[in-house]
Design a protein around this ligand. Sequence first.
Ligand code: GAL
Length: 422
Amino acid sequence: MTLLENPLRKTALALATAAAASMTFSVQAAEVEVLHWWTSGGEARAANVLKELMEAEGYGWEDFAVAGGGGETAMTVLKSRAMSGNPPSAAQIKGPEIQEWGELGLLGELDEVAGAEGWDELLPPTVADVMRHNGSYVAVPVNVHRVNWLWANPQVLEAAGVEMPTTLDELFAAGEAIREAGFIPLAHGGQAWQDATVFESVLLASGGTEFYQQAMVELDPEALGSERMIEALETFKRLRELMDADMSGRDWNIATSMVIEGSAGMQLMGDWAKGEFTAAGLTAGEEYLCAAAPGTQDAFTFNIDSLAMFRVEGEEREAQQALARLVLEPTFQEAFNLAKGSIPARPDLDMNGFDACAQQSMDDFQRTAEEGGLVPSMAHGMAVRADVQGAIFDVVTNYFNSRDMAAEEAARRMVNAAQAAL
Ligand code: GAL
């Protein structure tokens, strides 16, 4: 491959050219204010790609970053800003929540950009559908994250004499060996969304994709209260044995840094964790390992980040439309996703410049889309409305942290949580 054929090189060139072009603008045309929660090392590097591309076109960027993994705090802040009649130009809003904001009449449409750029042909129909409200595009997808991943430090695995686990039984066995070798087996942060992230991977492994779909997407009360659910809850709780005593309240990226530094062996987390390994300068497959969460090789829990556009006027709208256009252009899709750990939202890009984990993610995404196994992540707002998700989070985290709640009781509460919300 020549240097110019290398997509990484092309991206770097495009960014450099764009940065040079920006210097010729002395007055900024207009500004976008963008709400997001990309504040960890890898996430901030990714968000910066968009800021630089906007500035290169002569637009201003007002960063509205609200820290807090999973975005719960960001959504609370967004609601109060929107209620006071002063929403940002764009905000990271995902999945079914886009429809909820659309129903409030607060989102602006992007049909002109979408038409000019051919989004209908560019995006897989399942992705495009989520981005439209009442037939008009109101949001633009930035990426596809996979949630069901296991990350590991190969030196820790080697010191413990274990391989990357491929089943839940192997995970527990490897965890024991890692502890005996003097390390924390599984790095975790005790926050509701992280508990839910681990829970859904365990549910997928122990119940299978069809069961996951029935329970977490269709909210079928029979599945939610079933023996299979009880078993999954019990296995999930056993994972506590592999975690450390200081996990309470810990941010997810701090947990990832424990794997990077080698005080912990493994972490179950979506591939935004890869952004941290990348930011630390580590090479996939050599200095850190990735594999589908044990027992979920045939499944892919997807989490599509997207920017929804608020109804704004004049120059701000012009800048907002430019933002929407840039997001789906190859330059952004490559540079952003390399930093973020995800794969591009458009399937037509060359993946050669991406690492082995991203290439596996793209292959598995396409394979599971064809063969079945591609399911929306409940923990990351893709499967159910925000109120139902919140109710499920409560059950999962209360059960995980309770000394005496039985799995049967948690399953009963799960049925009630889903019913109350229907
Ligand atoms: C997810 C989001 C990702 C990443 C992660 C941790 O919900 O989709 O982009 O930011 O939370 O904050």
